[in-house]
Design a protein around this ligand. Sequence first.
Ligand code: CP
Length: 327
Amino acid sequence: GRHLLSVQQLDSGLLSQIFELAELVDPIAAGTVRCTVLDGAVLGSLFFEPSTRTRLSFESAFLRLGGEVTTTTGFTFSSMAKGESIHDTSRVVSGYSDVMVVRHPDKGSVAEFAEASVVPVINAGDGDGEHPSQALLDLYTLTRELEARGKTVDGATVAIVGDLKYGRTVHSLMKLLTLASGITFRLFSPPSLELPLEIENYVAERGHRIIECDSAGEAVSGADAVYATRVQRERMTEEVLATANVTGNLLNRQILHDAGAQDIVIMHPLPRDSRHDSFDLSSDVDDLPGLSIFHQTDNGLRIRMAIFLVAMGCSAEAVKAATKNQS
Ligand code: CP
């Protein structure tokens, strides 16, 4: 089907198609031209976990393409609060929608939604599983940022620091990056929050290199980009959190400076956790030239527009024919 559940479904051809559509829709995303290609279509947006970027950018993407949006958030405001199953919920809502976007706290649950749905389902994050639309916007941003510096993703060295165990954006991005050639990953995480073996093997089997580092400074040293993540506290019991050594290690300006990495491309899926002193990205890097976190969020709108176009079988020609200058 045309579901998007995992980055493992993507190949270089589909990746290029999505990135080309993301370029094409740029003026539509910016609001300078209007598009009605999805006129009459309805998005069913189901978020059973908190979200700012993913939900609002998916919904804005659908609206910018001329469609309409229905939405429910949390477990309290749908009949799942009365014990309705994923199967029944999905079958019902898919009967009201042309495409569904689903976020759910359990790994594998969005695939269950897809099985029962009569329309395409897009995974907007399933527990500590995957977050494919995030990986697409991350790779799109990384590609553009490196190209602006005369570099390519092929052969790049990418530092990834933070919670590598529960961070689904890391899992999806590392798998997606295997479509490039010769990536070197430099990893640094708390000892209790290391990358799952499954992801390590997936990357290694495809010929890419992983280097385990002992500090954030060591990880960013010589890297072209750094991808920092927060500790996914909502996925840990209090017990695990208490024993996990997650304090300190905020990636900041001083660490980048000391590692000679003050010009590195700086990425983070966001949100940054401003309430805890633990593995994350400090806001004191925000005026460094490589800061790309808001390029990621802006590109997210364009990438999610492209994802809808592919899921709904809309060509670039159909988009152009349904686009007119704002008057
Ligand atoms: N990056 C990301 O998924 O953000 P939200 O949880 O706010 O959607």
